[in-house]
Design a protein. Structure first.
Length: 144
């Protein structure tokens, strides 16, 4: 084989490897963009409304979440005042961010949710503020 053919073959192999690497990186980026996502939501209630919010979650919201494709991870209340008197923190999981968007759209349009919300808020709104943080697990996390 001549030096020219060897260089040409080396260049072809290098370009092929670069193309394979580019496809792999694009696939990883697409998978990462549509990977399992966790959402931590913190609700701050109006004074005295936390028990009513707990009741709504216990009796209605959890079932409607599940029916609309949301995975319940857990629910917490802070241990120290004043947050223990007006704060609910919970985490949901979704197969992807696009699944999250579809689940919340379906949830907001769900007639059972609308009825539960209206009934629970007949004496005034329960939630004053909602905060959401989106998370992905680290490679060393026990939950994925």
């Amino acid at each position: 084989m001549t030096v020219f053919k060897e260089v040409s073959m080396f260049r072809s192999i290098a370009l092929l490897l670069l193309a394979i690497l580019a496809v792999a990186m694009a696939s990883d980026s697409a998978a990462a963009a549509d990977a399992r996502i966790f959402e931590m939501r913190t609700y701050t209630t109006f004074p005295g409304k936390l028990p009513a919010l707990h009741k709504r979650f216990r009796e209605h919201t959890n079932y409607i979440f599940v029916r609309n494709g949301m995975q319940l991870i857990g629910y917490w209340t802070p241990t120290e005042s004043p947050q223990s008197e007006n704060t609910l923190i919970y985490i949901l999981a979704y197969p992807s961010m696009s699944a999250r968007e579809a689940s919340w759209k379906a949830f907001r349009e769900d007639p059972d949710w609308k009825a539960a919300q209206a009934e629970s808020e007949k004496d005034g709104k329960l939630v004053e503020k909602v905060e959401a943080v989106f998370m992905t697990p680290t490679d060393f996390s026990p939950i994925h």
